[in-house]
Design a protein around this ligand. Structure first.
Ligand code: ASP
Length: 585
């Protein structure tokens, strides 16, 4: 037996027992005739003592050879510690070692294996297995496992069946590029890795499974952005014989269960907001509603004066920043600079100071009197002591810019508290989205999403106005899940492909299998998928998903530990009938 106890287990009650422990040497303190070693494993740390008097000189000499991260096994007696360590659960005892076995040596680790490490990101990723020995990473992985287990518990109690779908498939359009895998047996042909199991889960509904879920890896070859992983995990779900309402209730139930079991937080019924309302009030389809600062549209009260900038704008819109009147002129100028950066792209910002005495002082006093500004304050909900920030221009652009400002200010004001949870549903998303680049409509969710029947008549005349039975679950300003009621008849699906610019032949070539299935009694169905990595990070009160993934890719999509992606042999290329032509790239 390698060990009788873990290193987090022994207490004062165990004093007098003979035990065997195993683990890693965290650190040693050498007093010459006496050596202390902190022995670590997943469960904690236990202090070992090697004492020339109470065991032997040889024992102490042996202990002196131990280095950091050596794997050792010791036998000894649990004794009471003279100076107790109140910070760790095993701090009342230590082990008087009588036998030491070095199970494996270790090189000096490239960074310290402690909660606060001196290792930079690159180094930690290269030696991720050492990084995982550190509490913050280890605890995140344990946390993630708990979320997955609670998810499985809840869904299987609700009658969901976990089904695995294939990884080597044909392209599923979810708005990104596919990762492809060449097929050796089929010269010149490729599999695609799933961007999601979308079509398969729909086929499972045609197959009568009724309630499906899967915790599943998905792959999207998207442009790299901070904190985006080319492979990520979804909690993917689908149900048959349901309406939108059933889906919202079921998965609100799951999220509530997770918040309760994982975070000990009870949340009331999730508010619902239409996409249109979210864009109007927050300039964002994933609003953070932990705080207010809602948009006030000012066209009516700010246009038709002599201020040309506002008069020519499609939208004039502002927010009240709580306590913002305390900002100095310099601070406000900095804010204006911030919002004018190319990433945000505002052309400028008008502001109004709301003085404590009820008067106003604005950057456009030339054009607006106190009465005008009082109306702005009313529309934006500004109180004495606040600052009103106003942007103007193209409605879509300005909403995006003001949303960025709202989030930035809320972060600076400490209004985005990680241990507060404010979930909501955003519903009634548009079915289609205009893409400037291709000059075409794209499916906003995916091509299998059902239009709202009452909007179907607009499909030919005003496609951008058609709403879908599509919904997102939003938590603290993040989209954590999204889905839709699906099309389940061939005619509507064909119509949809037509609107997305597929010829009937292309539609048949790519999705013939789904259209065929729809001809064999496809039940009405719908579902959604949660992004597990992000969900776990948010429940864990952290920002970066990478810290919750055992072996993540870096921001360039590389695994620097195993060095992937990497070249393959000419022999392999030949077998796959592939020829590289890197010169023309
Ligand atoms: N397949 C969709 C996605 O990955 C989710 C869904 O519609 O169920 O976003």
């Amino acid at each position: 037996m390698y060990r009788t106890h873990s290193n987090g287990e022994l207490r004062i009650e165990n004093v007098g027992q003979e035990v065997t422990l195993a683990g890693w040497v965290q650190k040693t303190r050498d007093k010459g005739f006496m050596i202390w070693v902190d022995l670590r494993d997943r469960y904690g740390i236990t202090q070992l003592i090697f004492d020339a008097d109470r065991s032997s000189k040889e024992m102490v000499e042996e202990a002196k050879t131990l280095g950091r991260e050596f794997v050792i096994q010791v036998k000894g007696e649990v004794i009471e510690r003279v100076s107790k360590n109140k910070n760790i659960p095993t701090g009342a005892i230590e082990i008087l070692v009588k036998e030491l076995t070095v199970l494996n040596k270790s090189l000096v680790p490239p960074f310290t294996i402690e909660d606060e490490t001196d290792g930079g990101d690159e180094l930690r990723m290269k030696y991720r297995y050492l990084d995982i020995r550190r509490n913050p990473v280890k605890n995140n992985l344990i946390f993630r496992s708990k979320v997955a287990i609670e998810t499985r518990k809840y869904l299987s109690d609700e009658g969901f069946i976990e089904v695995e779908t294939p990884v080597l498939i044909k392209s599923t359009p979810e708005g990104a590029r596919d990762f492809v895998v060449p097929s050796r047996m089929n010269e010149g042909q490729f599999y695609a890795l799933p961007q999601s199991p979308q079509t398969f889960k729909q086929l499972l509904m045609v197959g009568g499974l009724d309630k499906y879920f899967q915790i599943v890896k998905c792959f999207r070859d998207e442009d790299l952005r901070a904190d985006r992983q080319p492979e990520f995990t979804q909690i993917d779900c689908e149900m048959a014989f349901v309406e939108q309402e059933d889906i919202l209730n079921t998965f609100e139930g799951l999220t509530r269960h997770l918040l309760k079991e994982i975070n000990g937080v009870e949340v009331a019924k999730f508010p619902r907001m239409t996409y249109e309302e979210a864009m109007k009030k927050y300039g964002n389809d994933k609003p953070d509603i932990r705080f207010g600062m809602e948009f006030g549209e000012l066209n009516e009260v700010a246009q038709h004066k002599d201020f040309g900038v506002f008069n020519n704008a499609e939208l004039v819109v502002g927010i009240a920043v709580p306590g913002g009147n305390a900002y100095t002129r310099k601070e406000i100028d900095k804010l204006i600079e911030w919002i004018k950066r190319p990433q945000i792209g505002a052309l400028g910002m008008v502001y109004v100071r709301c003085n404590e005495d009820g008067t106003y002082k604005s950057s456009v006093d030339k054009f607006y009197n106190q009465e005008d500004l009082a109306k702005w304050a009313e529309v934006t909900g500004a109180k004495p002591g606040d600052l009103i920030c106003v942007l103007s221009g193209n409605a879509d652009k300005v909403r995006g810019q003001l949303s960025a400002l709202r989030m930035e200010l809320a972060t600076r004001l400490g209004l985005r508290k990680p241990n507060e949870f404010a979930p909501l549903w955003v519903i009634d998303f548009p079915l289609l989205e205009w893409d400037e680049e291709t000059q075409r409509y794209h499916a906003m969710h995916h091509p299998f999403t059902s239009p709202k029947p009452e909007d179907m008549h607009l499909l030919d005349t005003d496609p951008g106005k058609v709403r879908a039975n599509a919904y997102d679950m939003v938590l603290n300003g993040n989209e954590i899940g999204g889905g839709s009621i699906r099309i389940h008849d061939k005619k509507t699906q064909a119509l949809m492909f037509d609107h997305l610019g597929f010829t009937p032949e292309q539609a048949k070539e790519q999705f013939g299998f789904l259209m065929n299935a729809f001809e064999y009694g496809a039940p009405p169905h719908g579902g959604l998928a949660f992004g597990l990595d992000r969900l776990v990070a948010i429940l864990g009160g952290q920002e970066t998903i990478r810290d919750f993934i055992a072996f993540p890719k870096n921001n360039s999509g590389r695994d620097i530990m195993i060095d992937a992606p990497s070249k393959i042999d000419d022999e392999q290329l030949k077998e796959l009938c592939l020829k590289l032509d890197l010169k023309n790239k």
